[in-house]
Design a binder for this molecule. Structure first.
Ligand SMILES: *Cc1c(COP(=O)(O)O)cnc(C)c1O
Length: 380
C-alpha cells in the first residue's frame, strides 16, 4: 500500500509469518477436521495446536478457547448465549454505552426477547465507573458485558474490579478483548472474567476468525447448531487456515508486548506533538493515561467533519472517524456522544490508530497532511 496507513484499529496487515503458517492449510492440507482419515486428522491436529498456542499465550487451561468467525461472532455468542444460559437467574443485563456494535446490537436483540438492559454511561474520558456498575446490579442481573479497551478512543476499563464485583454476585462476566490483545498483558489465570472475545485481523492475523474464551463452569448456550465441532459448542466446519493463522498471530503479538507497545506509544506521542505544533484547536478525545498505546482520537474544532476523511484519503492518509462499520453513514460516533461531545464535535473528530510498521517519518507526513486539509476546511 502506498498510503500512510493509520487505521490499525479497523484492521491490520497480515504478518508474513502468519501467512507462512497458514499456507500449507490453504494448499496441501485440506482434509475436513471431522473426517476419520489421515487427511482429516492432520487438519484436526493443526486446530488443536493453534488452540493450545492461544491458551498458552493467555495462561488459560486447556479446552477453554473456542474458535469463531471473528470478534463479532464471539461478542454475539457471549451476550446472547450467556444471557440465555443465565435466564434462570434473571433477565437483566448490564453493559456500557460505548461497546462495539457487536455487543450493543446483541443487547438490543435481548431487549426484544424480553430482557431489560442497563446501558451504563461513561464520563468525558470514556470511562465506566465501577460504582455505577455496583448500583446497576439487581437480584435478577444475569450478565455484565464491558469491554477491556475501547476501539474508538482507546480508553481502558476497570475490568478486574468489575469482574470481581460480578464474581461476588454470581453474575456472568463478559469482556470484549479484541483491541486489548497485544496491547495489554492478558493473564486469564488471574483475571476474574468468564467470557472474553478476540479477533484475528486486529492482531496481524487473518480476517474471518476469532475466539471466545469460556471459563470453567461459565454458562453459555450455543448459537450455531448442527454439528459437533468445537466440542459441540459451535457447529460448522472449521476455517482451518484461519485458525492456524490466529494461533500464530496470538503468539507473535503477545511475544514482545513491551517493546511493541513502547514503540507504538512513542510514535503516537510524536504524532500528537507534531499535530499540536501545527494545528490550533485540536482536542484529545479519551483518557489522557488509561488508554491504548496506538490510538489517537482527536476533535478538530471548527471544521465540517464529513469532509475531513475523504480529503485525507485523497492525500493518501488512511484514518477513520471511529468504528469502521459505521463509516459512510453520517451518524456521529455513539462513543463520542456518550462522552458528552456535541454532534458537531463528534463529526469533526477522527481516529488515527497506529501499528508496529509505522515510522516517525510517516507521523511527520501525516501531521503535515492534516494541517493542509484542516487549513482548507477551516476557511470554508
Ligand atoms: C473489530 C472489533 C470487533 C469485531 O471483530 P471482527 O473480527 O471484525 O468481527 C469487536 N469488538 C471490537 C472492540 C473491535 O475492535
Amino acid at each position: 500500500m502506498s498510503c500512510i496507513y493509520l487505521d490499525n484499529a479497523a484492521t491490520t496487515a497480515l504478518s508474513p509469518g502468519v501467512l507462512d503458517a497458514m499456507m500449507p492449510y490453504l494448499t496441501r492440507v485440506y482434509g475436513n477436521p471431522s473426517s476419520q482419515h489421515a487427511a482429516g486428522r492432520e487438519s484436526r491436529a493443526a486446530i488443536e495446536r493453534a488452540r493450545s498456542r492461544v491458551e498458552q499465550a493467555l495462561s488459560v487451561r486447556s479446552g477453554r478457547i473456542f474458535f469463531t468467525s471473528g470478534g463479532t461472532e464471539a461478542d454475539n455468542w457471549a451476550v446472547l448465549g450467556g444471557a440465555r444460559a443465565m435466564a434462570h437467574r434473571g433477565r437483566h443485563i448490564i453493559t456500557s454505552a460505548i461497546e462495539h456494535h457487536a455487543v450493543l446490537a446483541a443487547a438490543h436483540r435481548l431487549e426484544r426477547e424480553g430482557c431489560t438492559v442497563t446501558f451504563l454511561p461513561v464520563d468525558d474520558r470514556g470511562l465506566v465507573s465501577v460504582e455505577a456498575v455496583r448500583e446497576a446490579v439487581r437480584p435478577d442481573t444475569a450478565l455484565i458485558s464491558v469491554m477491556m479497551a475501547n476501539n474508538e478512543v482507546g480508553t481502558l476499563q476497570p475490568i478486574r474490579e468489575i469482574g470481581e464485583l460480578a464474581r461476588e454476585q454470581g453474575i456472568l462476566m463478559h469482556t470484549d478483548g479484541v483491541q486489548a490483545l497485544g496491547n495489554l498483558p492478558i493473564d486469564l489465570s488471574e483475571l476474574p472474567v468468564d467470557l472474553l472475545s478476540l479477533s484475528g485481523h486486529k492482531i496481524n492475523g487473518p480476517k474471518g476468525v476469532g475466539a471466545l474464551y469460556v471459563g470453567k463452569g461459565a454458562a453459555l448456550e450455543a448459537l450455531l447448531l448442527g454439528g459437533a465441532q468445537e466440542r459441540g459448542q459451535r457447529a460448522g466446519t472449521e476455517n482451518v487456515p484461519a485458525i492456524v493463522g490466529m494461533g500464530e498471530a496470538v503468539v507473535q503479538i503477545t511475544a514482545d508486548i513491551d517493546a511493541r507497545t513502547a514503540h507504538i506509544e512513542a510514535l503516537r506521542n510524536f504524532l500528537l506533538e507534531e499535530i499540536r505544533a501545527r494545528i490550533p484547536r485540536v482536542r484529545l478525545n479519551g483518557h489522557p493515561e488509561k488508554r491504548l498505546p496506538g490510538i489517537l482520537n482527536l476533535c478538530v474544532e471548527g471544521i465540517r467533519g464529513e469532509a475531513l476523511l475523504p480529503a485525507l484519503d485523497l492525500k493518501g492518509l488512511a484514518a477513520s472517524s471511529g468504528a469502521a462499520c459505521t463509516a459512510g453513514s453520517p451518524d456521529p460516533s455513539h462513543v463520542l456522544l456518550a462522552m458528552g461531545l456535541s454532534r458537531e464535535q463528534a463529526l469533526a473528530s477522527l481516529r488515527f490508530s497506529l501499528g508496529e510498521d509505522n515510522t516517525a517519518r510517516e507521523m511527520q507526513a501525516a501531521a503535515r497532511i492534516l494541517e493542509e486539509v484542516v487549513a482548507q476546511l477551516r476557511t470554508f
